[in-house]
Every structure is written in C-alpha cells, then in structure tokens.
Design a protein around this ligand. Structure first.
Ligand code: NDP
Length: 328
C-alpha cells in the first residue's frame, strides 16, 4: 500500500518536496490488532504545526514516518474481538491507504444516516471544535451577535449554524464573494463579510450593527483585530486558531485595549483536551447532520498522491469546506 512520509521540515511555506510518497508492505496482524483500509483522509491546519520542530502543545511529527492524520475507513481484517470485518471506523492512521491499530484509537461509526466522510468534518474533530468553543466558551444567548472567521470552513461553518440555533445573529468572515454567498445562502448565516474586498471596517460594522458579543477566532491578524474593536462589553472570545500565522507570519494585535475596556474574556483551547464533551457533542452534531439541519461542504482531493498539494492549498485558503483526500 502507499503512504506519505514527512521528508523534510518546511522553512516557511509548505512545499511538495517536504513530502515523499512511498510503498509499504502490509504488516502481519498481531493479537488484538485491526487492519483498516482508509476511505478518506482528513487534512487539517494543525498538521502544519506538527511539521515544525518548534515546541507546541503536541509533539512534532518525526521525519520519514507516515504523516499524522485522522482517517475514516473499513476494517478489512481483525484479531480484535471488538472489531469485525466490514465495520466502519474513524481513526488516526495518517496519510496512508491502510493502517494497523490495536483498536484503542479506533471508533466505530454508523453510516446509516451520516456519510462516512462527515465523521472527519461536521460530526468529527472540526465539528466538535465548533461545538466546544461556541457552547463552552462563548456560551451565546439568544439575540447576541456571534462573529466567526474562516466561516465557510470545516469549523467555521458549524459555528455559525449552531449560533443560529441558539437564536443569535451569526456573522461570518470569509475570503471572496463565492465563499460569502455560500455562507449566507446555503448555511443560513445572517451576513458574511468578504475580508478580501478591502472594506473590512465598514462591512463588519454593517454586518454587526449591534456590536459583537462573541468571536470565534480561527485566523488572527488584521481580521481579528477589526472584530475586537467592535466588541460589546463582556464579549467572549474563543481563540481556536491563528491560521494567518501558521507559516511564521506575525499576527499582531493592535486593538488589545478593547480586551480591557470591554472587559472581555478570551480563552484559547485545544479540542482534544476536552474529550469528556465529545460523546454529547458528537451525538448532537450527528443528529443535526442526519436530519439535514446542519449543512457542510467538502473539497475532495482524488487520491493519496494529491494530498500534499491539497494540504498546501488548505493553508492558502484554496479549499472550500472540509478538505479531504478520497482514497477509495
Ligand atoms: P478551514 O476548512 O477553515 O480551512 C482553512 C481556511 O482558513 C481557509 O479556507 C481560509 O478561508 C482561511 N484563512 C483565513 N486567512 C487565511 C490565511 N491568511 N491563510 C490561509 N488561510 C486563511 O479549516 P478548519 O476548519 O479545519 O480550521 C479552522 C481553524 O480552526 C484553523 O485555524 C485551525 O487551526 C483551527 N482548529 C483548532 C482546533 C483547536 O482545538 N483549537 C481544532 C481544529 C481546528 P478563507 O478563504 O475564507 O480565508
């Protein structure tokens, strides 16, 4: 089977040569082990951090080993009584067509009402990130205004739709007219500001005329700065990501004084440190997707060899919705 390993660490921007496609042999299954054929691979911004050696909340990805990553696939052989051939599972098998796991990192999923790929998006880690940051940090009340950046993406799209269900005004910020139209017309946000249109200040004032009570921040830099300057007293900020700085760019905060004058609570979080909320959150998200009340969109790369370019595109905003790689 084929896999992609980290060949070298990126200096700033990620380049195709940082990856290497290899052929590996299917290992003999030991007692308790499960062989999974991956159908989908999830590409996520956090992988950029793992490619660096810099100290962070998680260990860095070793060179010459399979790139880390979430996967969804099918059990094709099992020496583990908890898993049967044909079970659909979500795991962390990395950028590879197949993988072996002792079962501890695998979760069986039901694809009757929720498509397998959604377990890597709206009903997976990104959806859970939205659920946690919105419900546990912003904790919005009906009538409040919630702003979310990278609004058309895997996390942002869920944030705004959940905010609407709380009775809030949901305002997205996204790059380009196509993404903004989708956020309003398909996802049902009240407004979406195109930060690339060059009129951010006036457009955000128009989109959030009553000020901002909650910011779900995925990007950082100028866009975050602008939203911060339009907060109301006692606004809450869920600091989820700073993607505009993942290649080493600075993400300055010029309007920090509003943190003080508006008595703002800001909390950064890592969703995998809050596993106790996952059963409840994933249950709710699965119900919403299964009943058509939570919409999502996917960008799908066609095969494993296309994964590096798709990942590079994700870090440049070329994806439109959850970025996946389809392996079967
Ligand atoms: P997305 O599907 O949202 O894709 C990333 C998007 O970021 C791009 O499509 C692009 O959208 C946007 N973006 C904005 N500014 C930039 C920029 N300067 N360079 C590149 N892209 C930019 O990804 P996810 O939904 O998976 O992740 C969203 C954020 O959530 C990320 O910051 C990620 O790190 C974070 N995250 C945090 C977690 C946590 O536990 N804290 C867990 C999961 C994700 P546009 O074209 O609209 O600009």
């Amino acid at each position: 089977f084929q896999r992609i390993v980290l060949a070298s660490r990126p200096h700033r921007s990620v380049l195709p040569e940082n990856f290497r496609l290899e052929t590996a042999a299917v290992p003999e299954l030991k007692s308790g082990e499960v062989l999974v054929r991956n159908h989908y691979l999830s590409l996520d911004p956090y992988m950029r951090g793992r490619m660096s050696e810099a100290k962070s909340y998680a260990a860095s990805q070793p060179l010459d080993e399979t790139m880390i990553g979430g996967t969804a696939g099918e059990v094709v052989a099992s020496n583990n009584p908890k898993f049967a051939v044909g079970d659909m599972v979500v795991g962390m098998m990395g950028w590879a067509e197949m993988g072996v796991d002792d079962g501890r990192n695998l979760r069986k999923v039901d694809t009757t009402h929720v498509p397998l790929s959604a377990y890597l998006g709206a009903v997976g880690m990104p959806g859970m990130t939205a659920w946690y940051g919105l419900n546990q940090i912003i904790a919005p009340k009906a009538g409040e205004t919630v702003v979310v950046t990278a609004a058309s993406g895997a996390v942002g799209s869920v944030v705004g739709q959940l905010a609407k269900q709380h009775g809030c005004r949901a305002v997205g910020i996204a790059g380009g007219p196509e993404k903004c139209a989708y956020v309003v017309d398909e996802l049902g946000f009240d407004a979406c500001v195109d930060y690339k249109a060059g009129n951010l200040k006036a457009d955000l004032l128009a989109a959030a005329p009553n000020g901002i009570d909650g910011i779900f921040e995925n990007v950082g830099g100028e866009v975050f700065d602008r939203a911060l300057s339009q907060t109301n007293a006692f606004a809450r900020i869920a600091l989820c990501g700073l993607i505009s700085g993942y290649n080493g760019e600075e993400t300055p905060l010029r309007n920090a004084r509003f943190l003080l004058t508006n008595r703002i609570s800001l909390r950064g979080f890592i969703v995998t440190e809050h596993m106790e909320f996952w059963p409840q959150g994933l249950g709710e998200l699965g119900m919403l997707v299964g009943t058509g009340k939570l919409k999502y969109r996917e960008s799908v790369a066609p095969n494993l060899a296309a994964a590096p370019e798709a990942f590079i595109g994700l870090l440049q905003g070329r994806n439109f919705g959850k970025q996946l790689v389809k392996l079967i």
